[in-house]
Each structure stands twice: as C-alpha cells, then as structure tokens.
Design a protein around this ligand. Structure first.
Ligand code: AVJ
Ligand code: FE
Length: 437
C-alpha cells in the first residue's frame, strides 16, 4: 500500500469507530429519551447526533469535497453558538430517524470525497487533517453524549466490562526535575490549533502525585469537614460551594453503611482506590489545599506526561510515541468507569507518573490561553473564542475519551463550576528544602 492508501485506511477506521460509538450511544435509548433534555447543561442526544453530521457536512462534504450541500437549511439549528444548550429542545430538530438518515448520507459522501482526495497540497487536508479533526469532533460529542447518559434518570442501558483489576504498586509522588521542556507540538499531524506550536517552557522542579486522587483520599477531605472549611476554598469557590450547597462529588449519596455512588443507572458502594470523578475545579482546588498541596499548572502536567530525561525530548504519550492500546490507558468507553490506581503500569511516563492518559480528565490551575505563536485553524470557534480567564484547562482524557482525541499535548477546557464532565484531579507541590537534589 502507498502511504496515501495507508492514511485513507486509517481515516476510514477512525471515522467508522466514531460512528459505531455514536450508534451505541443513541441506539441504547428510545425515541422519547433521545428527544428529551436530561439536564439544562446538555443537549438532547438527538441534537448531538445531527450536529455531528452537520459539522462533517460543512467541513468534509462542502469545504474539502467542494460538493453541493446536503441540508444547508439546517446549518443554523446545529450551530452551537446560535443555540445555547438549554434552548436546543425547543428547536424543530431532525427526528431520530431523520438524524440517522442524514448522518448516513453525509458519511457516504465523505467516503467518496476521501477516495478522491490526495490528502496533501493544502493545509486543511495535508496528512488527512480535516478528516482527523472531524473524527475527533464526533468523538468529543460522543463523550458529551456519554456525560448526558450519566445525567439521565432511569435504568442502566449501557454495558461494558469492568476496568482491569490489577493494581501494580505506585509511589505516592514523583519529583520532576527543573529545566526547560518542549510544550505543545508542531509535528503531530492531527493536533488541533490550541496544541500548536511547540515551544520551550522552563519549569522549576516540582513534585506531582504519581496517580490521580482516589475516592478514598477524597473521602478523607469530606470526613475532615473540608466542605465546611473556607480555608481550603478560593473566594469564588467558597461562594459557589455555598450557593450550590456542594457536600460531595456529583452522584455520591450518603448511606448508613457508607457512601454510595450512581454511575450510568447503577448504584454501588464507592471503590476506594478508583480515581474520584465529577468534581468541579473549585472542589479540586479545595481538596489540593486541604492535602497541603496545589493543582499542577498546565505546563507541569505536560512535563510530567511527556518529558523524557534520557533524551530531553517530549514524547507523544507518557509511555512513548506509540498509539494508545488497552494495556496502556483506559480510553474510548471500553470500560464505563475510571480504573483503580495501578491498573496501567505500562502506561506510566518516563519519570514514573501513572494514569495521566485516560481514566479521568485532570483539572489544572491554568486558564485557557493560546500558546505563543497561536493561530486559529481552521476556525476561531474551536478554541480562540474561549481564550481568557473564564475557562480552566483539563488534561489527559477520561475513560470516555477516544484515543483519536487524546494525546500528551491535547487540551480540554471548561468553566470552573462544571462537574458533569468526567473530571478528577491529581495534586502537585513545590519540593521541600533539599528534596530537589
Ligand atoms: C473541547 C470538549 C470543550 O465539547 O465544547 C465540540 C469540543 N467543539 N464541538 C466542547 C467541541 C465543538 C469542546 N471541548
Ligand atoms: Fe461540536
């Protein structure tokens, strides 16, 4: 096979994987459930479904393919900026069967375009970028739809085997040496605009947790009265904790026998060594303060994940440059839960930090900004319009993130009050005197 044929086959595989997942998420519930709004924070599932098709039509059928529109009349309805999530149920949306037909018609045309395209000669198609961007877009909405499933009431409809039960020993913390490292990328072909360009960043020596904070550790914060002690919270965080009356992560329920939690319609006792999930930035920050630590900066997180002290290079993933597989990371909704600490020793970074990729998104202490030399590509509304001090960066991906939309340089962001996403944390701290060698 030529390189172009190999790339086409790869694109076909990731597009098909995304569509299979979209169907898993939408076939699992009935028509009423697809149209319903399960939370004002989320779209009806059927909006995500048709929006996936509409973005694919805009970029791959019309722009890359130069073909006639399939449904130009629905562009406005599926433009996320014209329609806030809470208003989407009121739109005259495509019915579930129409959304299914529409996305299939678009996909058939995309395969046609893919066959005809040289995948080089223009920045949008070089190395299949636009196709990779659209596969990532569908997977991002699939993760959002999975979060909608977590918010919907009723019996369980999704199934998956549990994450690996193995628990390799993991140190408590790892010292990361001070010095420069390369942050971001200029070579990763499907990296999105906000991951670019590669640039040198100096980071002072710091200490980072070797694993995400677990339910058991987080319970220590709760039992110590952490939710009632303003010392651990920022002013904005404390105000938010009071207005929303936060007392525990979302989906936790106190029970005479201990805490229970509900996940995708099933209620169980907490697993103590499973990473905590469904905490907002304010809770993550308060936990870190209580623990005598802080959240890592985004640069610290990325250095922990990518820096190889033997070569001075930044790797694509913690374990090296090879694509993720099921022995390295808990990704892609393969399991419907984060894996216990120690489940992925083969996924550890060069410096011995575990479970950076997959399991839970990790809140960082950094606002979402463009890197030096950032240019919006191919559209400002992907990243640039969110830059500023309102959004916090999250890193690493969750069990609901597909491998195509996850790498050491990948950046996610959300408001500091959001906790419907699959977000947890790990802590960092400054070295103690003498500790940094
Ligand atoms: C990168 C996850 C914040 O879902 O809002 C989907 C991804 N952008 N459609 C989001 C996205 C446009 C985005 N996040
Ligand atoms: Fe979108």
């Amino acid at each position: 096979m030529t390189d172009t044929e190999t790339l086409r086959a790869h694109i076909a595989t990731v597009l098909a994987r995304a569509r299979d997942r979209t169907h898993t998420l939408t076939d699992a519930v009935d028509e009423t459930d697809l149209i319903a709004q399960h939370s004002p924070l989320m779209s009806p599932l059927v909006w995500d479904f048709a929006h996936i098709g509409n973005q694919e039509e805009l970029w791959l059928v019309r722009d890359v393919g130069g073909r006639e529109p399939v449904r130009a009349d629905i562009d406005g309805m599926y433009d996320a900026f014209q329609n806030p999530r809470r208003d989407r149920p009121q739109l005259p949306l495509l019915r579930p069967d129409e959304a299914r037909d529409y996305t299939r018609v678009v996909r058939d045309k995309v395969f046609d375009v893919l066959e005809a395209n040289a995948l080089k000669g223009h920045r949008l198609v070089d190395e299949g970028f636009a196709f990779g961007m659209i596969a990532q877009h569908e997977q991002q909405h699939d993760e959002t739809m999975l979060a909608t499933h977590q918010l919907r009431a009723g019996a369980a409809v999704l199934t998956a085997p549990p994450p690996p039960a193995s628990r390799a020993p993991v140190a408590a913390e790892v010292l990361i040496p001070g010095g420069p490292f390369t942050m971001g990328t200029s070579t990763e072909p499907w990296a999105l605009d906000n991951e670019r360009p590669a640039h040198a960043v100096h980071v002072d020596a710091f200490v980072i947790d070797a694993a995400p904070v677990t339910n058991g550790q987080y319970l220590g914060f709760i039992e110590d009265g952490g939710y009632d002690d303003p010392r651990w919270w920022s002013d904005a965080g404390w105000r938010h904790r009071r207005t929303e009356n936060l007392t525990a992560p979302a989906h936790w329920h106190p029970d005479p026998g201990g805490w229970l939690y509900t996940r995708f319609g099933v209620t169980r006792p907490l697993i103590p060594d499973e990473p905590v999930v469904h905490v907002c930035f304010h809770e993550a920050r308060a936990y870190a303060r209580w623990a005598g630590k802080r959240l890592p900066t985004e640069a610290e997180w990325e250095k922990s994940a990518r820096f190889d002290p033997a070569t001075g290079r930044s790797r694509r993933f913690p374990w090296g440059d090879d694509e993720p597989d099921e022995t390295r990371a808990n990704l892609g909704q393969r399991h419907l839960a984060p894996a216990p600490v120690g489940a992925y020793p083969r996924g550890a970074s060069a410096l011995g930090v575990h479970q950076l990729i997959g399991d839970v998104w990790e809140w960082t202490d950094t606002d979402f900004h463009g890197y030096p030399g950032f240019t919006a590509f191919p559209y400002r509304e992907y990243s640039e319009v969110f830059f500023g001090d309102k959004y916090k960066v999250l890193r690493g991906g969750s069990f609901g993130t597909d491998a195509v939309a996850c790498r050491g340089s990948f950046r996610n962001w959300d408001l500091p009050v959001r906790r419907q996403i699959f977000a947890g944390l790990r802590c960092a701290r400054d070295p103690r005197p003498g500790e940094a060698g």
